[in-house]
Design a protein. Structure first.
Lengths: 375, 400, 90
């Protein structure tokens, strides 16, 4: 596959790993956070951590937009889906997220009309094909996905569709990073910046991380070599005492982002004053909702949602795992009460969550892996 | 605002389980019990990852129970939920020595003959897809379950559940396909049944089959016999059927030149049976090759190490899988088998498969290892290693 | 929501400037290229696809430069390895 296979070359990986190792100062421990769930997935899927020296640690951040949706919002979505004439449409990732009374998957089993879609445009198609029903699209994702929702709403408006609406749960990445940076119990040396969010918002929004907090940021692609190269670039900055924002993913990410996309978001959506993030609490100006001019596409206004706040379970330590303070196996309920089949908290809910990724892919001590694969 | 009841119930259940496991050896107190929340992170090495992994291991080995009050699509996906359902509900109720091995076919002795008996149901949607239809699946699928059990497939039964309004032409096409498939496989449909249900109660046509074959007496095949040093082989590129079906459903608006791999494997299986070091064969269907590898690891108490680079996948299947964010290892096949053979005879087995038209794409994909028992490891093309666990849920296209 | 896949634009749709057909390893799908309205892609160009939309064009020059860097690293590594091995022979 072009633009994919070339970035998965094992020899070059060894070379990069050697270069990373050569930059490690003796006695120093390095911690880099990758914010984006897609990066967490790549790291585990390709066993990237096997390449890194012991002193370089990757901390998995809150970049999984499915994982951070609070249970109360899931309950709201389930309520919407249960309305008699509603067809709820959702991405696959959302299907197994548990609310207070089960997930979309469970509701589907009880007869609720919930359909999985690959694109919000598919949802629009369903609306066109079912004029007597009201179709709701469960919009989730960071700034990567918000433009697609925005364009879909604009399309619906252009076509004069009256039976399509969006339950908007888009969140923005910068406030989450800031919440992490302001966290007292955290020690990070740098950030592996989100690759696809940056195609929309560009690289400028991360400048405050370098300028105000003194941490280097490298915006990274999603192939294993992209991530290794980004770690190398971070190490180089640290070795030179630098803290700037760099773009490793230049083949895809424009420094200024995508203006058409930003305009589409700006036209249809606005920032909520605050939004609750599962595991991180309330963060101001961190999520989007439909603008008043597009109220007829806002499911929260068209329907009455309970809007009940459901607290994170006491036993759940997702907040600390999300901030990188705890490793997945350090959570008291990891792997026992909380598993991918029976997830309690956000980190286990989606395959991108740190706990799910570790459970599904990385759940073997490195020592054993070395013994086993020494061939 | 209190926590949902199901979370408290899950926690309580695990505390009770942990108390029951107390006999399995003392677990050191979790450092979090002795620290205040919000204190700085534990120093490296304080919490022993191994202890937690051991705790998880015990949790995974505990008695399977189905907690959901209703069947969900996960129960049919061929992964964890399917297995739990079968073990906790069906095996538990019907338990007997012939059922317990839970191989693709049951091994029976009756009237002095060594037989294999299998049953299968076919509910595929859409009924017609590139490469075949439900009828082909019904015959080939049943033949294959018998073939991988080391039996010569002989006789099939075919039960039809037809939806009111289903077209006779479509039914005739399906039945003609079944006749042709049976001829190709060298079996006969000797008995059947027909039922009709009201509109909406069956997706056009469901087919249930049973198959009987003759075994070599005394030849013991089974995944439980896999041993460290054995080689794992696959008969051709994986994921063709499942991908074809996903695309044929039309919801994803994707076009590709992929067709179902449905085929009768008895000829190929017979070629492998001639290899003395053959331990087991399995038909890779729902849940894909990954499910079979996990079954081998679990039943034999061994580890399985496969190499991503060596697993054959057609380019278009890989492309579709990347686009949708699914892993071909978990995608269903309908004409592929996985074989475990003594390492010493691996080359012979591979040659035997490649000599057969259905085995032209056969490959050696990995080996059986002693440790870690019960785990399937994948050495990525990139050189790192990861676990390939049993599928959770359905391989729904991933977005992220 | 990060899954983005590179695909080649193979066909534009005459009366629908917002749509294009892309090819990903022989698999084809219609996607919306409205987000690239300022600089629409032409057949033969590559785009990053996410939930049915093209988010960005893939800059082949930058990709080539990235690969060159990686190959350079790989070569330097091999040279070093070779040097290491030679020095070990003594």
């Amino acid at each position: 596959m072009k633009f994919v296979d070339e970035f998965r070359n094992a020899d070059q990986a060894h070379a990069l790993a050697a270069k990373i190792a050569s930059l490690c100062e003796p006695g120093r421990h390095y911690k880099f956070m990758e914010v984006c769930g897609g990066h967490t997935h790549t790291i585990y899927k390709h066993g990237l951590e096997d390449y890194l020296p012991e002193s370089v640690e990757l901390v998995h951040g809150p970049g999984c937009p499915v994982c951070v949706i609070p249970m109360g919002r899931v309950d709201d979505a389930m309520h919407l889906a249960a309305e008699p004439d509603v067809i709820m449409t959702s991405f696959g990732d959302m299907m197994r997220v548990p609310g207070s009374n089960g997930s979309f998957f469970d509701a589907k089993a009880s007869g609720t009309d919930i359909r999985m879609v690959y694109s919000p445009l598919d949802s629009l198609k369903i609306a066109r094909a079912n004029p007597g029903r009201r179709v709701v699209f469960m919009a989730i994702g960071f700034e990567t996905t918000a433009p697609s929702t925005a364009m879909t709403v604009l399309r619906a408006a252009a076509e004069g569709l009256t039976n399509f609406s969006v339950f908007c749960n888009h969140v923005t990445i910068v406030p989450a990073i800031k919440a992490i940076l302001d966290s007292p119990d955290l020690r990070l040396d740098g950030f592996i910046g989100p690759g696809h969010v940056s195609t929309v918002i560009g690289c400028r929004p991360y400048e405050f991380i370098a300028a105000d907090y003194g941490k280097p940021v490298v915006v990274a692609g999603f192939e294993p070599l992209d991530i290794l190269q980004s770690i190398y670039m971070l190490m180089l900055q640290l070795s030179r005492g630098q803290a700037t924002v760099e773009n490793q993913y230049t083949r895809v990410v424009p420094w200024d982002g995508n203006l058409v996309a930003l305009r589409a978001i700006g036209q249809t959506m606005e920032l909520r004053p605050y939004f609750e993030w599962r595991g991180l609490g309330f963060i101001s100006h961190s999520a989007l909702r439909m603008r008043p001019e597009y109220a007829q596409y806002d499911a929260e206004l068209l329907f009455k949602v309970p809007g009940v706040r459901v607290a994170d379970p006491k036993a759940c330590q997702c907040g600390e795992v999300l901030k990188g303070v705890l490793k997945p196996w350090e959570c008291k309920v990891f792997g026992t009460a909380c598993t991918p089949e029976t997830p309690i908290g956000t980190c286990m809910v989606s395959p991108e969550g740190a706990c799910a990724a570790y459970y599904n892919f990385g759940r073997l001590s490195r020592q054993r892996v070395k013994e086993v694969t020494r061939s | 605002m209190s926590t949902p009841g199901w979370v408290d119930a899950a926690l309580r259940e695990h505390e009770e389980q942990a108390a029951r496991d107390a006999g399995a050896g003392p677990l050191q107190p979790h450092p979090r019990d002795e620290r205040n929340p919000g204190a700085p992170q534990p120093a490296p090495g304080t919490v022993r990852e191994e202890q937690v992994l051991a705790r998880i291991d015990r949790a995974r080995r505990s008695r399977p129970r189905v907690k959901e009050p209703r069947i969900t699509m996960s129960h049919g996906a061929g992964g964890k939920a399917s297995r739990t359902l079968v073990e906790a509900v069906f095996l538990d109720a019907f338990r007997n020595p012939l059922l317990e091995p839970m191989e693709d076919a049951a091994r029976l002795e009756a009237g002095g003959a060594s037989l294999a008996l299998t049953t299968d149901s076919f509910v595929v949607s859409p009924l017609f897809f590139p490469g075949g239809n439900i009828g082909d699946l019904a015959v080939n699928g049943t033949v294959n379950d018998l073939a991988v059990s080391g039996a010569t497939p002989l006789y099939l039964s075919a039960g039809f559940i037809l939806e009111e309004g289903f077209g006779l032409d479509e039914l005739r096409t399906i039945v003609t396909s079944m006749r042709d498939a049976a001829e190709r496989a060298g079996v006969q449909v000797v008995t059947g049944d027909t039922k009709v249900v009201e509109k909406g109660k069956a997706d056009g046509c469901f087919i249930t089959t049973a198959g009987v074959g003759l075994r070599e007496p005394g030849r013991l095949l089974g995944v439980a016999t896999a041993q460290p040093g054995d080689t794992v082989l696959v008969s051709g590129p994986i994921g063709d059927h499942g991908t074809t079906i996903m695309l044929a459903r039309g919801e994803l608006d994707i076009e590709a030149d992929i067709v179902s791999d449905t085929a009768p494997l008895n000829g190929l299986a017979a070629a492998l049976l001639a290899v003395p070091g053959l331990r087991a064969m399995r038909d890779a269907t729902r849940g894909g090759v990954a499910t079979i590898l996990n079954e081998i690891a679990a039943e034999a108490g061994v580890g399985v190490l496969v190499r991503e680079d060596d697993i054959p996948v057609r380019t278009a299947v890989r492309g579709a899988a990347e686009l949708l964010g699914i892993d071909p290892l978990y995608v269903a096949c309908e004409g592929r088998l996985v074989a475990v053979v003594d390492g010493a005879q691996a080359d012979e087995a591979l040659a035997a498969m490649r000599a057969h038209p259905l085995g032209a794409g056969a490959a050696s994909i990995g080996q059986i290892i002693a440790d870690p028992p019960g785990a399937v490891l994948l050495k990525t093309a990139f050189g790192g290693t990861r676990i390939v666990d049993l599928l959770v849920g359905d391989p729904l296209p991933r977005i992220c | 929501m990060c899954l983005g896949i590179p695909g080649e634009v193979v066909e534009l749709v005459a009366d629908q400037p917002d749509l294009a057909k892309v090819d990903v390893s022989g698999v084809r799908r219609m996607i919306n290229i409205g987000l690239l309205a300022d600089d629409p892609p032409k057949p033969g160009e590559w785009v990053l696809i996410h939930v049915g939309f093209a988010l960005s064009k893939i800059d082949e020059d930058e990709a080539a430069a990235a690969l060159e860097f990686l190959e350079g690293i790989g070569q330097a590594y091999e040279d070093e390895l070779a040097a290491l091995q030679e020095s070990m022979i003594e």
